[in-house]
Design a protein around this ligand. Structure first.
Ligand code: M6R
Length: 604
């Protein structure tokens, strides 16, 4: 989820790159950098500027450079996946005489790095990206042909890689390639001008025709002339509005982030399912040695991801697992024993209650792990181990893709522990890995589901409350559905374990009580069916979300058939997110910035 820009032409290159990066800052802001050159200078020196943190820091560093006459450059704003947010890890990355900016993850970087180091290449960063520029120079040193060297580089990379590369070996060129992450190449309005960006916002108003590159398409710009390596490209026009472009055409960031879920989970899993097993570069199996219990602490949506994970840790890894809301944990004088692995979960890594809980566990001498979306946050700096969720920046206050990626990481972690503790058969492991690989499909926003949610939303704007009900992992999902609805619709909603309704809450049942029932085919279907029957008999209005139609439903959101309950879980997650969003839209609320809430809660 980084941002990339590139420019060739007669305008002020540094200014274009900085303005472009500003438009992309929402994609990542732990560091930024640019590399610029004037290819008409005989020594064709490439000047590089990098700065940690927000773009203003880079702007300060380039205040002199902006006055100079460069005519070619590349830039990047980073959201760390491999390696801490430091200046050395910031892009552009340098070899001996070339620079690269990259969006994506190079899955085989370790193998490539080892080979290149044996050949004498010196690496300075902890990133996967740096191998690209060394690989390029390795081929170019042999072939003395930068274009062929670039093509050979691409052939040897695995993973996701959208790239811009410049080199003193041919300073008139910018090489480009798109695979996995977005990249756009555009004709400038002036003669001999070409522009690049990873989304259209930086290009609006400055570019003429553009190509939204497809995976596997690349090429080279020479003195502003764009040449593609293949015929798989199509010129089109840019949208007119920048705001619309930042949201990739969606109405709200929340809507965009719901749609992104099926692609960001690919990043979350990338390099972590290897040789038919789970692999985390950030930890090794010793993390679970001597551990008899897992304790999870988190707040809000992250707490729901933790609760979901507790079922998976016990079921798959056979480790006792309990989950606590961080603000409760802090003051209960908890008993902490050293055979407990303490896991905190946080999108921001800054939530005050979760951070304090983490510090308490550390002080008590427990092994600590954070599952987090922001590297170099207070929590990743505090915990013994961190696993990043790689969701990219989440702008909507109502968390969506953070929850999804947390749940995927925790499911993978449960399998990782299961393997380490030998609590899972090989067959079962392969079934689970197969299901994990299908997760992106289960998160696709299908039009028929979205349309149904839009249509149903008009029936749910009043009444005296909602009960989201589910069993097993669908209980935390019910909690999450209710939280989403509360946050952005301001309607009262509760998540409840379906089997618990008859122990009290069923007294509320009447036609003005809306029950949203999560009814997966692959987990306890008959049990939840009985619970819904009980509510229907008391005249509650029932909306079922299920692949199986149910005769007592007043409303029905049909989901696709999957053969694993976690895939049903993710598809139902998308459905409850969409339903909440559409209800909020009909009520005229601010979907992205609901009243009384903040994205990061850094106070108690
Ligand atoms: O950044 P964190 O994951 O630690 O934040 C925890 C909660 O504040 C957060 O999940 C909150 O509940 C969201 N607004 C939910 O949509």
């Amino acid at each position: 989820m980084c941002g990339i820009v590139g420019y060739v032409g007669k305008k002020n290159t540094v200014e274009f790159l900085l303005n472009g990066l500003k438009e992309l800052e929402y994609r990542g802001y732990d560091s930024a950098g640019i590399a610029v050159l004037n290819e008409k200078n005989s020594d064709s020196n490439i000047e590089v500027y990098k700065a940690l943190g927000k773009l203003v820091n880079l702007e300060e560093k380039t205040s002199e450079a902006i006055k100079n006459d460069f005519n070619l450059g590349i830039g990047h704003t980073r959201w760390a996946t491999h390696g801490k947010p430091t200046e050395l890890n910031a892009h552009p990355h340098l070899g001996e005489y070339s620079y690269v900016v990259h969006n994506g993850i190079i899955e085989n970087y370790k193998e490539l790095k080892d080979e290149l180091m044996q050949k004498g290449h010196k690496f300075v960063s902890q990133t996967d990206t740096e191998v690209i520029v060394h690989l390029f120079e390795n081929f170019n040193n042999q072939l003395n042909d930068p274009t062929i060297a670039f093509k050979k580089t691409i052939e040897n990379l695995e993973g996701a890689f959208s790239i811009l590369l410049i080199s003193k070996a041919d300073p008139s060129k910018i090489f480009f390639f798109k695979h996995g992450s977005p990249l756009i190449v555009a004709k400038g309005k002036d003669e001999g001008e070409a522009l690049f960006a990873s989304s259209d916002a930086p290009l609006i108003g400055l570019a003429g025709d553009v190509v939204y590159l497809e995976d596997g398409v690349g090429g080279v710009v020479t003195n502003g002339e764009i040449e593609f390596f293949s015929d798989d490209y199509k010129w089109s026009t840019l949208p007119a509005s920048k705001q619309y472009a930042q949201k990739d055409g969606y109405r709200f960031f929340m809507e965009k982030e719901i749609h992104e879920q099926s692609t960001v989970v690919v990043d979350t899993m990338m390099g972590r399912i290897k040789d038919n097993a789970i692999n985390f570069d950030e930890i090794d199996e010793s993390i679970i040695e001597g551990i008899n219990e897992i304790k999870i602490c988190a707040c809000g949506t992250s707490y729901h991801a933790g609760l979901t994970a507790s079922y998976l840790f016990e079921r798959l890894s056979k480790v006792k697992c309990n989950v606590e809301i961080a603000s409760e944990f802090r003051y209960k004088e908890p008993l902490l024993t050293k055979d407990t692995l303490f896991i905190v979960i946080s999108q921001s890594g800054e939530t005050a209650d979760t951070l304090e809980a983490l510090k308490m566990a550390k002080e008590a001498g427990l092994k600590t792990l954070v599952v987090c979306n922001v590297d170099n946050s207070s929590m990743t700096r505090t915990a013994d181990f961190s696993i990043l969720t790689r969701a990219g920046i989440e702008k909507g206050v109502a968390s969506t893709k953070a929850f999804t990626t947390q749940t995927v990481v925790l499911w993978m972690l449960a399998l990782y522990f299961a393997k380490a503790k030998n609590t899972i058969s090989e067959n079962k492991m392969q079934e689970e890995l197969h299901a994990l690989r299908e997760v992106p499909k289960s998160l696709v926003v299908y039009d028929f589901i979205h349309e149904k949610c839009k249509r149903l939303s008009k029936r749910y704007l009043h009444g005296h409350g909602f009960f989201f009900i589910g069993r097993d992992v669908f209980y935390p999902l019910a909690l999450e559905g209710a939280l989403k609805l509360k946050e952005i619709s301001y309607l009262h909603a509760e998540g409840y374990p379906a089997g618990e309704m008859k122990h009290g809450p069923i007294a509320l049942a009447d036609p003005e009580l809306f029950t949203i029932a999560l009814m997966p085919e692959n987990l306890l279907y008959d049990k939840i069916k009985s619970n819904v029957e009980e509510l229907s008999a008391r005249d509650s209005t029932i909306c079922t979300i299920s692949p199986i139609p149910f005769e007592l439903s007043d409303d029905y959101i049909r989901t696709n058939k999957f053969d694993h309950y976690m895939l049903e879980f993710f598809e139902m997650l998308v459905a409850v997110q969409l339903l909440s969003m559409e209800i909020s839209v009909r009520l005229g609320n601010d979907v992205d910035m609901p009243r009384n809430l903040a994205k990061s809660v850094t106070v108690e």
